[in-house]
Ligand binder design. Structure first.
Ligand SMILES: Nc1nc2c(ncn2[C@@H]2O[C@H](COP(=O)(O)OP(=O)(O)OP(=O)(O)O)[C@@H](O)[C@H]2O)c(=O)[nH]1
Ligand SMILES: [Zn+2]
Length: 198
């Protein structure tokens, strides 16, 4: 959500006005000194948290390494910390993603997998959708033998409000190709990721 984004149906000023409305609704006085810059700060924070709408995560996977083209074993990036927001309450989802794939001919720089996670996480999300989007993006772009994504995250809409259950985390997975069809590949990935450690 960059400042100069042209396709937004509302302006930054309108977004700031909406924050002022929420402050009023909560019982605050948005004209008191401590809150004067708050709408501006909130909109700036949103621009950061929701910057994923300005990104096409598939673009991060376009540059592949020829030098490792012969490598055909599993590659796993685990413990990728991310922050997202649930689309139901706009509350934070804080967690870790684990991403693995077995390449055919396309291998990417490992940081790009983390960029794909962030590109989808920095949107309003449902964890199942986030998990599937990451896996399908890698499948569609790299055409690997298989891909697996596991996400372990806590939802603040469940910890700071509603049922108030702290320490609960939600685990989701999306396995495609050999990760779905071959039980050995699937269990190798889950062993690498170690989601059963604790
Ligand atoms: N499956 C799934 N559910 C989610 C996710 N994020 C939030 N939720 C749930 O979405 C549901 C929304 O339920 P509603 O009954 O419409 O909303 P609510 O009255 O605020 O529900 P409570 O959270 O139970 O107070 C809640 O059960 C949330 O826990 C997610 O990523 N995946
Ligand atoms: Zn929620």
């Amino acid at each position: 959500m960059s400042d100069d984004a042209k396709s937004r149906p509302v302006s930054r000023e309108q977004a700031e006005e909406a924050v002022r409305t929420l402050l009023l609704w909560a019982g605050e006085d948005p004209t008191r000194e401590g809150l004067l810059d708050t709408p501006k700060r909130v909109v700036k924070a949103y621009a950061d948290w929701f910057s994923g709408y300005d990104q096409d995560p598939a673009e991060y996977l376009r540059r592949t390494f020829e030098e490792v083209a012969g490598y055909d074993e599993m590659i796993v990036l685990r413990d990728i910390e991310f922050e997202s927001h649930c689309e139901h309450h706009m509350a934070p989802i804080i967690g870790r993603a684990h991403v693995g794939y077995v390449p055919t001919d396309r291998v990417v720089g490992i940081s790009k997998l983390a960029r794909v996670v962030d590109g989808f996480a920095r949107r309003f999300q449902v964890q199942e959708k986030l998990t599937a989007q990451i896996a399908h993006c890698i499948e569609d772009t790299l055409r690997p033998r298989g891909v697996g994504v596991v996400i372990d995250a806590s939802h603040e809409c469940m910890t700071t409000r509603g049922v108030h259950k702290r320490g609960v985390s939600m685990v989701t997975s999306q396995m495609l190709g050999s990760f779905r069809e071959d039980p050995r590949t699937r269990s190798e990935f889950l062993r690498f990721v170690g989601v059963d450690r604790r």
